[in-house]
Design a binder for this molecule. Structure first.
Ligand SMILES: C[S@@+](CC[C@H](N)C(=O)[O-])C[C@H]1O[C@@H](n2cnc3c(N)ncnc32)[C@H](O)[C@@H]1O
Length: 337
């Protein structure tokens, strides 16, 4: 028997930005950081956060109904998840990506239709001139927000890569476009025999160094400033590229894979990871929308399937290639030289 059609999914998706923006504003106002100090009443929270009396009750109860707060005896508190992941004072904080979504992506996505019609970015680069990274890095606050956002989006898969890949067979690695360095940090923490290099634009150095020192692995991780358009990649047993290839057009993707091939010895590995789209391009909705995000953020970037990436790796000379799922919409594509 055929299911009776209902408009529920259409309406839920069409109005999903309500839930999204409610959570993003809560992160912006620091509700979860405030509540990590202990449960609080409506009046006390309103005063501490500067909520208008007209909004406070509905805003906090909406967060409760969405599953991001609890309420007992009239006092609000964090859930297990919001306390762990959205308290700015905890190392497990992943709100950086939500802060960036709130400040940048949310307004830029309002112009998705224009991007769909013109194929042009809709972010700070909309008016032409500098590229995404130059624009982001010209402002230290935006740079810091972007790099910590990268940790937020990557952390869960970073910990899986650190455990899943057979690291015991290798001694050195280089993380290309390392940002704050969380992938390098997680690999170093889980594999005390390894030494690694974080390779990125020079502006990133202090933020990488601060993070690796705070995570107590600075003695095994070095920052190497460089530009992968101008420089070869330093030699290592394993090259990693997390959320790098999707930023660029096809010739640049292939150039980066070739540079990785040249940087590793026979038997060495390239690990490419991001929201790899399923080969049928029908399941990984987040990966497909990530590709739309690259439309908004970059002049030529796009996400791709495991089959696509394996073909580019084979073309560069890799003899064995495979795809392994990580967390949520993420997978890694491994090429062995
Ligand atoms: C989307 S972020 C990915 C960060 C991190 N790998 C992750 O997965 O969370 C892209 C990174 O590439 C770096 N990058 C951009 N252009 C670069 C270039 N020409 N040379 C080296 N790194 C570059 C950026 O600074 C940024 O850290």
């Amino acid at each position: 028997m055929q299911d009776h059609p209902t408009p529920e999914k259409i309406l839920q998706t069409g109005m999903a930005f309500w839930a999204s923006k409610t959570l993003l504003s809560a992160v912006e106002m620091g509700i979860f950081t405030e509540l990590s100090r202990g449960p609080a009443s409506l009046d006390s929270l309103s005063e501490r956060l500067g909520l208008h009396p007209r909004s406070a009750h509905d805003f906090l109860d909406a967060l409760l109904a969405l599953g991001f707060l609890k309420r007992e005896g009239g006092r609000y508190s964090n859930t297990l998840e919001t306390d762990l992941f959205l308290d700015r004072n905890k190392p497990s904080y992943i709100g950086g990506i939500l802060e960036m979504a709130n400040h940048r992506l949310y307004p830029f996505w309002a112009d998705l239709t224009e991007a769909l019609r013109t194929g042009q970015p809709q972010n700070e680069c909309k008016t032409g001139g500098a590229g995404l990274f130059e624009t982001l890095y010209a402002d230290p606050a935006r740079l810091k927000e972007f790099l910590s956002a990268m940790t937020g989006v990557s952390h869960a898969s970073n910990t899986v890569i650190a455990r899943l890949f057979p690291w015991k067979d290798y001694q050195t690695f280089i993380d290309v476009g390392t940002a704050q360095g969380d992938l390098a940090v997680q690999i170093a923490l889980a594999n005390p025999h390894l030494r690694g290099v974080g390779f990125d634009l020079p502006e990133v150095a202090p933020i990488f160094q601060q993070y690796t020192a705070a995570m107590s692995v600075a003695d095994r991780l070095t920052f190497m400033p460089g530009d992968f358009f101008k420089h070869d990649l330093p030699k290592a047993d394993v090259v990693l590229m997390g959320h790098i290839l999707h930023d660029w057009d096809l010739p640049t993707k292939k150039m980066l894979i070739r540079k990785a091939f040249e940087a590793i010895p026979a038997g060495g590995a390239l690990i490419v990871y991001e929201t790899i789209i399923d080969d049928d391009r029908s399941q990984n909705a987040f990966g497909l929308m990530m590709s739309l995000n690259m439309l908004i953020e970059t002049p030529g970037g796009f996400d791709y399937t495991g089959v696509d990436c394996k073909a580019w790796m084979s073309e560069a000379g890799f003899s064995i290639t495979r795809v392994e799922p990580l967390t949520g919409p993420d997978s890694m594509v491994i090429g062995i030289k």
